[in-house]
Design a protein around this ligand. Structure first.
Ligand code: ZN
Length: 278
């Protein structure tokens, strides 16, 4: 009797054990399912979320956008890419054109939209008093502001056509021989002045001449300090002869636009070095 009661008690406690194991297992399974469904929910992109991303497509990065639409990447189309590309050098920018002994312009190249600047030397011809519109306007602002600071800056030569450059170069060759002429003047097609973006400047302090003494004048110093604010750079800086191929020319400034000019000024680099940057 005692044994059968004990057996019964054992059976009851075993049933309780089984029941509690089942309950615990069920709880664990439920918990697992809950966690699993939560995880799946966050991993899977619901259609709504996806649609929203498509709507916001203009703000996606270029690679995201092309990934979503299957379009080919185009760096200039989206606001986001404009933002991320703003630090990058836009080599297709016409104001960043490089012209030197290895990058020649054709004899037919005439820049569009030339206009005369307001302040230029008396001897400057109608042709060479001109710059491309944007550069001319920037130069007018520059000279007006310089004047306010007591620095008189004038243009002595802006645009020079292929023909004019050829005449000048031939004159130097006939007078000094080719070797010396090459150091004094650019061969036709290799002068930056043909772009209408470069200008030689001077001031009464050096009798409107092109001389390295200009660097120490009020006008020259003002130019070194401020020209970048108007989109100009000192194109052939001191100590960069090996990069530009030209000796220091404190008078020769070149319009490249404000963005490039600021980077070039801040980093103390040349246009060539700027265009090589990533
Ligand atoms: Zn020049």
């Amino acid at each position: 009797m005692k044994g059968s009661r004990e057996k019964k008690r054992n059976t009851v406690s075993r049933r309780r054990l089984v029941a509690s194991v089942i309950i615990v297992t069920a709880l664990i399974v439920m918990l697992f399912l809950l966690v699993f469904s939560m995880l799946m929910g966050s991993l899977e992109t619901p259609p709504r979320k996806y649609a929203q991303r498509i709507e916001n497509i203009g703000r996606l990065s270029t690679s995201e956008r092309s990934f979503l639409t299957g379009e080919k990447e185009n760096s200039t189309e989206t606001a986001d890419s404009e933002k991320s590309d703003s630090d990058k050098v836009d080599r297709s920018d016409p104001y960043l054109i490089i012209v030197n002994r290895t990058h020649e312009l054709s004899k037919d190249y005439v820049p569009k939209g030339l206009q005369a600047v307001k302040r230029h030397a008396d001897r400057t011809s109608d042709e060479t008093a001109q710059l491309r519109k944007k550069a001319a306007e920037a130069f007018d602002d520059l000279t007006a502001d310089a004047q306010k600071d007591g620095a008189e800056i004038v243009l002595t030569t802006g645009y020079r056509s292929y023909r004019t450059q050829k005449g000048l170069y031939c004159y130097y060759v006939s007078r000094y021989g080719k070797k010396k002429a090459d150091r004094m003047s650019a061969a036709p097609g290799t002068s930056e002045h043909q772009t209408g973006l470069a200008c030689d400047t001077s001031s009464p302090e050096v009798n409107y001449e092109l001389t390295q003494k200009y660097a120490a004048t009020k006008a020259g110093k003002w130019l070194q300090k401020n020209s970048y604010k108007y989109g100009f750079i000192i194109r052939f800086p001191q100590g960069k002869e090996d990069v530009t191929g030209y000796e220091y020319e404190p008078w020769h400034i070149r319009y490249v636009g404000k963005k490039a000019a600021k980077v070039i000024f801040d980093k103390k680099i040349t246009l060539e070095e700027y265009l090589e940057e990533d």
